[in-house]
Ligand binder design. Structure first.
Ligand code: ZN
Length: 256
């Protein structure tokens, strides 16, 4: 778990970071989004301890900022807080993981069953998303693939136009990503892009109930590819993960 070589490399990277970038403080919302995204894309792994001190050092935040953010993540169901032990990335038990899949099947097939024929603009958005998924797969961009796979389902919910259901689905997809991280046995357990493509074609042809049935099958296949047994975890150290997230955020910001 502890790799001294990795550690010294990180130290050198930090020395190169300009002072002004290091001093920047994350607001409560920015910290919430950074941690939520890190959990949703499995950069932070289920069961990982979220130490306030380490988060504070990585993001220049005080515990008065960090604690409410951790509580907010706990109310989303992606963090668990234990008295006297602190906060951890949620690690869904087998029963909880199965419940998340069941909830997604009900919610998403219900959404699709009521779908109206796609407008041209919506079809353009969905097809662009499919191309992005293809690219991430080609480039073996694992993090991108997880994000885009969940993003496809979110896009369908957005197009359906029910904000309450979209919000529920966002939390379910994040909890689903946690379950997949814990119980997958091969690294490519994610959505099949050809299913996504077929879903778009069915919706384009106004075949909403066929799309709803395919959605149930699609989610079943992901659930069936998981192995529901207790597993050992080999998460890297929290400080290593958080510093790389922070660095990536800063690179993105300086590009835009
Ligand atoms: Zn999918």
């Amino acid at each position: 778990m502890h790799n001294p070589e990795h550690h010294s490399q990180k130290f050198r990277l930090q020395l190169k970071t300009p002072r002004s970038t290091r001093a920047r403080q994350y607001s409560s919302d920015q910290l919430y989004r950074a941690l939520y995204d890190a959990i949703a894309t499995s950069a932070l792994r289920p069961g990982q301890k979220l130490t306030e001190e380490v988060i504070g050092q990585a993001f220049g935040a005080t515990r008065w900022t960090i604690r409410p953010v951790l509580r907010r993540l706990a109310s989303d169901g992606v963090v668990k807080i234990f008295r006297n032990r602190g906060a951890f990335v949620a690690r869904p038990a087998i029963g909880e993981a199965r419940e998340v899949f069941a909830a997604r099947r009900i919610l998403e097939s219900g959404l699709l069953a009521q779908f109206k024929k796609l407008a041209k603009q919506e079809l353009v958005r969905l097809r662009k998303h499919l191309r992005d998924e293809d690219r991430a797969r080609r480039e073996k961009d694992n993090r991108g693939q997880i994000q885009l796979a969940g993003g496809f389902h979110m896009l369908l919910a957005d197009i359906a136009g029910n904000r309450l259901l979209s919000g529920m689905l966002k939390d379910l997809i994040t909890q689903n990503a946690l379950a997949v991280t814990v119980y997958q046995r091969s690294s490519d357990t994610t959505c099949r892009t050809d299913d996504h493509r077929t879903l778009v074609e069915l919706l384009k042809q106004d075949k909403a109930s066929a799309a709803a049935r395919l959605m149930v099958k699609h989610l079943n296949e992901i659930e069936n590819s998981l192995v529901f047994e207790a597993s050992a975890d080999d998460a890297p150290e929290l400080s290593v993960i958080l510093n790389s997230i922070r660095k990536r955020n800063e690179t993105n910001r300086s590009r835009s």
